[in-house]
Write a protein that binds this ligand. Sequence first.
Ligand code: SAM
Length: 334
Amino acid sequence: MSGGATEFAKSAQLFNSSIATWAVSAAWDIDLFQALTEADEIDIPWYAKKEEMDEPSLRYLLRALSYADVVEVDVDRVTRGATFEEFAQSKGLFQWLTKGYGSLFQRMGEVVYDKHRTGDYIRRDSTAVSIACRDANDVFMDAAFTEVLNGLDFSVAADLGCGSGERLIQLAKRDPSVTCVGLDIAAGAIEVGTAAVAAGGLQDRVTLIRGDARKLGEYEAFKDVELMTSFLMGHDFWPREQCVELFRGIRTQLPNLKHFVLCDTHRNADDETPDLPLFTMGFETAHALMGQYIPTREEWYSVFEESGWKCVKQHVYSTPANTVIFQLERVDSE
Ligand SMILES: C[S@@+](CC[C@H](N)C(=O)[O-])C[C@H]1O[C@@H](n2cnc3c(N)ncnc32)[C@H](O)[C@@H]1O
């Protein structure tokens, strides 16, 4: 066998793309996107020495990146490639996949069996997920959220599934009279968030609590909340009946609550789409493996209606696909 490039072409392409996927994630870890934004070209041996890296490893990482045109390598020189800007933006979603959910996908062939889906079978890296989501929010989502905020009046804000806490940190920085409380079930996320709150000197106005948002009624800290947000975790409120009950409780048990801004990625209504957009296949597959139902947009509307919320405005993101900000107001506010 010659082993030429035409043999197993599809397999080779997929195999090489997988390595490039990890390399995109690694490029963020080693600050390469930043370095190649600041400099038009980098001398590879010089960079490896300066950063105390193994030069051959760095060179193979760069070769994997050049496979996806992220960089161009010319002997000792690396420069930005044709897709550099694109991947500098999408890197968070790659890190969500590789570091956040890598250990789950690694066990895909196990967790597909009922017998392996018992107890605490889900492995993911919640620290990596929170950092990846912080970047995806920054790149893709925050601009539209800021626009939503401009029309809202509040002095106490809460974020359910707050991850890195970045949303609350931004809210506190934006208005020094605002106090914030965040809730997240994952220790890794609360750790990342607590460090960021301290780094911003916001400990007196931003409190992060480790806990379950499905049991919101148990937390005193939320009773005065006027703005409730929840980004990229709404599906964790499902199954439907549980979600309806929780949303009804949020409305009836928080008397000061004026605005509920919910943003989530919903199920792609068309399962047959051959060319799925960035993120969709990873998101839907990961949640299927975890046994977490992902509602469609229509199913969300029916939950709002049944739990006493109306969607007064929405923003649909193109990336991540199928991701919508639902701006909700209580039906009893009129
Ligand atoms: C995809 S991340 C999004 C984080 C953050 N909202 C953001 O936009 O960057 C989802 C977060 O929801 C948290 N989460 C999932 N189920 C939860 C629950 N029942 N109660 C509180 N947090 C939960 C996860 O730990 C994770 O940090």
